[in-house]
Design a protein around this ligand. Sequence first.
Ligand code: TXE
Length: 499
Amino acid sequence: MEQAQHIAIVDGVPVDTRHWIGGRRVTSRSTFTDRSPIDETPVAEVSAGGAAEVDKAVAAARAAFPAWAALPVSERSAILRRLADGIEARVEDLSRVETRDNGSLIRSHRRGVMPRSAANFRYFADFAEKELGHPDMEVRGHRERIGYDPAGVVAVITPWNAPLMLATWRIGPALAAGNTVVLKPPEWAPLTASLLADIAHEAGLPAGVLNVVQGTGRQAGAPLTAHPGIDRLAFTGSVPTAGVVAAAAASNIVPLSFELGGKSPLVVFADADLDLAVDLAVEQFDNAGQVCLGAFRILVEETIAQDFTERVLERARQLRQGDPRDEDTDISALISRPHFERVQGFVDRAIADGARAVLGGGPNPDLGGLYFAPTILLDAAPGSEIVTEEVFGPVLTVQTFSSEEQAVAMANATRFGLAATLVTGDRERADRISARLRAGTVWVNCFFVRDLGAPFGGSGKSGIGREGGIWSFDFYTDIKNTVIAPSGWTGGQERANHG
Ligand code: TXE
């Protein structure tokens, strides 16, 4: 009975709404209401943590650290592979809960996002066990041995657009490297983090190795970022919050990994495969545009602009907007009322500035609620807010260019540099242009494909650092160089005899 109070049944799946600290459930006196974007109804009352819960979680993580770090890597990796198995076994539960919680499509969760969350553990467990390390180096007869020591307690703060996937992307390598973790999930979609804690526990992850503190950014996130007991801070979210987080972490000199927003271009040349270019443009409406990597700024060569835009419009009109739990739905709702108003504000100001909405421009009249219609804007003023700031909604702008030079200048004309996509039939042009783009990832005639071993991160205001493969371990470890002289060995016994 006592426990039932803390269990929310979310589309048939029981979810514990309390924190997970030191291997047990912990309640806070106050709660916050978690609502579903699908219909704005409450889903759960979730424990609202603050400085006290953060203190407990950091202490639990610190206490668990020595034993977890000392465990042979093969044993740590075996547990993390079981954790991946546990996620795979519960893909359906995780998909249902995440879809209800953040409104993203269930079909994406089932087929892509949840399997990728499992892969985030499996990949880094394998990497730590089999690939981490360098051959010894030699300098003037000395041997140099490079080691990757776990850093300690890692704080992970995640956003709502892909909560479990983005959490596991940080937690996977952090744990594989031998660290312990305190996760603060997003208050707009906090529930899959709780399921992750259950799955980790069932997989045999020792108490305190992974802790989850629920709560708002200000109440739970802020004390975590300022906590003197953390050794690394991995944050995914917005640029303004990143500034606050960086300032909080500064006094403890904690290394940061930031994955922030973007305003990525989709650059379409006249020599492109137009079907492919149209597909890639329409793909940007995925997750209702709530994707940091999304290429929402379409830059198209003037000579094909009219044909291309008409074809994109035709395809975008066919998108089915509605309940994300329906496998046939292509585009769903925005996360929250404040976010909806924010997106509407961007579009209204763009139109006041001279842009023309040739599709959408506001709420879907048939659905209401948080369903913002797929929107395409033409004639946006160069340099205006709508083509430089992250909207994080289903809003594409189409602008034209007439030369490579102009295409590159327009593509680079934001403070962000997360990604860029080029569509061209000319291999040499692709090489020329991609070399000049300021972006952490450039896709040529494709989008969203990336191996977990490849570096991922943003240039400019899109982030600090890179993660993926060895780059994750560069961040989550203290790299140590041990230089060993060829001489000086007297033997342990002899040395002891010398006193
Ligand atoms: O992000 P925040 P929000 C962008 C996108 C979106 C905007 C706002 O443009 O419209 O950000 O989203 C925690 N100390 N992205 O408000 O505030 C917070 O609880 C410590 C891009 O959700 O950055 C949450 O867990 N933590 C992004 C996390 O930070 C704090 C994805 C992110 O929240 C905190 C999401 C504080 N003072 C939004 N304040 C991407 N790169 O994909 C908040 N938090």
